[in-house]
Design a protein around this ligand. Structure first.
Ligand code: GLN
Length: 549
């Protein structure tokens, strides 16, 4: 049976709970334990799939096709453990399950209440696969005191009592604000936040205190005394240059030791942190720099493309260069012909995934620029579709080529020849999935891991070092195979296909040093200690380019 670590936050949001959880997971692995990380989100959306990336950041897709919070991306990048559908839940999902059961009559006419029906549903979620790992780390989104979060806090409190003594611990993240005028770190907000936790029956075992300044011994003692934790269990979390320093930094502050002590595990196995020392070295000692433009729509919020930014960093680590990412708003090219001036000087161009027509003409121009100027190009999902439309319009002579997605937006008015069309059916495992245009928006895309077969001798086969791959998908539209011959005639190779040969998965220009479009999201599987081959290759191409210009 797994030991449970519940991670909560107080004082303010955005303290880095996800990162702390991920880093702790990595440290427990370094001591030889197996871990799984889970996220419980208090919002009422059923999943983040339909939430705006402007508001919520990227949607992280798991192998088994769940659309989850971006924190699951952190978990995977730090631990290498593939997240599952059962690792992410929101209040919306919990309530919708409870209400479904009620409609089905599962509760036999009982009055349905938050306690016990909602809390039981949460506890069932926590317990899934509990025998599989040594440690289960469960992070509660939001901050203590939020109205929506209460059922989750109540459920973890009950859960810790349902288990034998010593099986669950609570770790709470807070902030120690610094008052410049008096030159002091203030502990009061932390005390209040712990009080709030205690008032709902949870006594934290470990406090992780975010602080911009070193925490003096005296303050640490004060926090321990007033918050009812051991002094060694007050762990400092200072700002870091790179998130990938977090495992080493938390280890240096004694977090993993404090956790093992809280569980009374003694003697504690010694950690092997070789991987993280190597990661640290690669981040801090680059031998050069490359400049990459990401031409996208959600450029104001870095979190909207979180995994892409991280995967580029990993690609840089593999090549020992720093990747300087600049966000270019695709809409500025929509009406301007001055693409060259905007994109000059970059060593590579990446067009990420996206939804809707806004900004797409700009993305098509970016693909054209990259093709004509032989600049390395990586098109992801929508970025691949735009590269194909560019090829169709400007090379294969199909002047009105476009995507059905954009015609659907204009109430079905047909403006484009649908080189990219709405998927109606596909094969998943050994069954057929079917979709209609008017289907619900939530959870109905082609989601999760699917296999693809790569063409022998293609650039991607060389990059992957194999012809059989599986990658994660999240799309509703697809390049139409009917245009394959026309496009291959002009040099756009369809170098990756679904195993049944029906769905184009990868395209590449034969006469270009590095121009690849992929229908899937390779960024979701990249790790700092195992960069994704496409990102490693893309940054290598950018590095070669930087030597040319
Ligand atoms: N909007 C496109 C589709 O649904 C691309 C999706 C994406 O980029 N993730 O196919």
């Amino acid at each position: 049976m797994a030991r449970y670590i519940f991670i909560t936050g107080g004082v303010v949001s955005s303290l880095g709970k996800g990162l702390a959880s991920a880093a702790l997971g990595a440290l427990l692995q370094a001591r030889g334990y197996s871990v799984r990380l889970r996220k419980l989100d208090p919002y009422l959306n059923v999943d983040p799939g339909t939430m705006s990336p402007f508001e919520h950041g990227e949607v992280f897709v798991t192998d088994d096709g769940a659309e989850t919070d971006l924190d699951l991306g952190h978990y995977e990048r730090f631990t290498g453990v593939s997240a599952r559908k059962t690792d992410s839940v929101s209040s919306g999902r919990i309530y919708s399950t409870v209400l479904e059961k009620e409609r089905r009559g599962d509760y036999l006419g009982k009055t349905i209440q938050v306690i016990p029906h909602v809390t039981n549903e949460i506890k069932d979620f926590l317990a899934v696969d509990e025998d599989e790992v040594d440690f289960m780390l469960c992070e509660i989104g939001g901050t203590v005191g939020d109205i929506e979060g209460l059922p989750f806090f109540e459920a973890i409190r009950q859960f810790s009592h349902d288990k034998p003594r010593g099986q669950c611990i609570f770790m709470h993240l807070t902030l120690l604000p610094y008052l410049a005028a008096s030159g002091e770190l203030k502990t009061k907000p932390t005390q209040h936040s712990v009080k709030e936790l205690q008032s709902i029956g949870i006594a934290p075992d470990i406090l992780v205190c975010r602080s911009e300044h070193p925490i003096p011994e005296k303050e640490r003692e004060k926090i321990a005394l007033f918050c009812n934790v051991r002094k060694e269990a007050v762990v400092a979390a200072y700002d870091l240059k790179s998130i990938y320093e977090a495992p080493l930094a938390y280890h240096a502050q004694g977090l993993d030791q404090a956790v093992l002590d809280a569980f009374d595990i003694s003697p504690a196995p010694r950690p092997d942190l070789t991987v993280w020392h190597d990661v640290y070295d690669r981040i801090h000692n680059p031998e050069g720099e490359v400049k990459v433009a990401i031409v996208g729509k959600y450029t104001q919020l870095g979190d909207a493309y979180k995994s892409i930014a991280e995967a580029l960093t990993h690609g840089g680590m593999a090549n020992r260069v720093r990747v300087k990412v600049e966000w270019v708003d695709a809409e500025i090219f929509d009406k301007s012909d001055d693409v060259a001036r905007q994109l000059e000087g970059y060593h590579a161009i990446l067009v990420p995934g996206g939804f809707g027509e806004r900004g797409t003409e700009g993305k098509i121009k970016a693909a054209q620029y990259a093709r004509e100027h032989k600049v390395p190009y990586l098109g992801i999902c929508l970025g691949m579709q735009m590269a194909v439309i560019e090829a169709a319009r400007n090379v294969a002579g199909l002047a009105t080529a476009g995507s059905e997605e954009f015609d659907h937006e204009s109430a079905g008015k047909k403006r484009f020849e649908p080189v990219v069309y709405h998927l109606k059916e596909w094969v998943q495992g050994n069954h057929k999935v079917e979709r209609k245009i008017g289907d619900d928006k939530g959870g109905t895309m082609r989601l999760g891991a699917y296999n693809a077969t790569l063409k022998e001798g293609s650039k991607v086969a060389e990059i992957y070092g194999t012809t059989k791959i599986d990658e994660r998908h999240r799309h509703r539209y697809e390049v139409d195979i009917a245009y394959r011959d026309k496009l291959e005639e002009v040099g756009l190779v369809f170098s990756g296909m679904s195993p049944d040969g029906k769905l184009p998965e990868i395209v590449e220009w034969a006469d270009h040093p590095w121009f690849i479009g992929v229908q899937f999201h390779p960024e979701l599987k990249s790790k700092p200690f195992k960069p994704h081959p496409l990102f490693e290759g893309f940054v290598k191409a950018a590095k070669d380019m930087s030597r040319l210009v």
